[in-house]
Write a protein that binds this ligand. Structure first.
Ligand code: FMN
Length: 211
């Protein structure tokens, strides 16, 4: 049973894939990438969107089949093995998997070969490991504490800033909301964090939240 991470615009960027990678999904998709942008040599696409981790799969979009083909060739030339050559096509279950039990039910009921996660891993990369545990041991062993979530949010913020510089601060806001969802006083923290513009302030606010 394989676990895939879906293409998710605005979420599965290089930084978050780095976080997710720690939990060993079988394959992760990039955000959707414009085949036109690749062929036109758009710098942001090449340096930002096509910054890949080993094993990443790329989702291309475009209307022109020649442009699609050319961009696919480019993607292959930089080492992505995204074209499926096998004849048998695996069936992947995707949609509404938020818990290990959801994954387990989907696999048992629909006889899929693997599952693909999207919203379920928003602020919850641990879901990948928990699903593996559910299949391997019949139960989930990884317990995620509020402290774990805050530490992960800080680590994610650091990676995002290293990757994208200060614009990462705004991009990180949605991720922080997802990490703290369901925690006590999370809506208050969310409102406060959304007003902060300095990394140190955000880190400090996250630290004091769990004291
Ligand atoms: C914010 C967001 C962005 C998405 N972006 C893409 C995308 O770029 N390409 C794509 O094929 N699917 C995209 N999807 C769809 C997901 O890949 C997935 O198929 C869908 O969310 C159902 O899975 P889920 O119920 O686990 O979220 C997106 C979904 C969300 C919520």
């Amino acid at each position: 049973m394989k676990i895939y991470i879906a293409p998710i615009a605005g979420v599965t960027d290089y930084s978050y894939r780095k976080i997710l990678k720690e939990f060993n999904p079988d394959m992760m998709f990039t955000e959707m990438i414009s085949s036109n942008a690749i062929v036109m040599g758009n710098e942001k696409t090449k340096t930002d969107m096509l910054k890949l981790l080993p094993g990443d799969a790329v989702q291309l979009f475009g209307k022109d089949k020649d442009v699609m083909l050319e961009s696919a060739k480019y993607i292959q030339s930089i080492g992505v093995k995204h074209i499926k050559k096998e004849v048998s096509i695996p069936i992947i279950g995707n949609g509404d998997i938020f818990t290990p039990e959801d994954a387990y039910d989907k696999v048992k009921k629909s006889k899929v070969d693997g599952i693909m996660l999207a919203r379920g891993v928003f602020g919850n990369p641990w879901l990948i490991r928990q699903i593996k545990e559910k299949f391997e041991f019949g139960e989930v062993k990884t317990i995620v504490t509020d402290c774990d979530k805050i530490e992960m949010a800080k680590k994610h913020l650091k990676i995002l800033l290293e990757d994208k510089g200060n614009r990462g601060i705004v991009e990180m806001r949605k991720h922080i909301c997802w990490y703290i969802k369901g925690m006590k006083n999370s809506s208050k923290l969310k409102n406060e964090i959304n007003k902060l513009t300095k990394v140190e302030e955000i880190e400090k606010r996250l630290d004091t939240f769990i004291i």
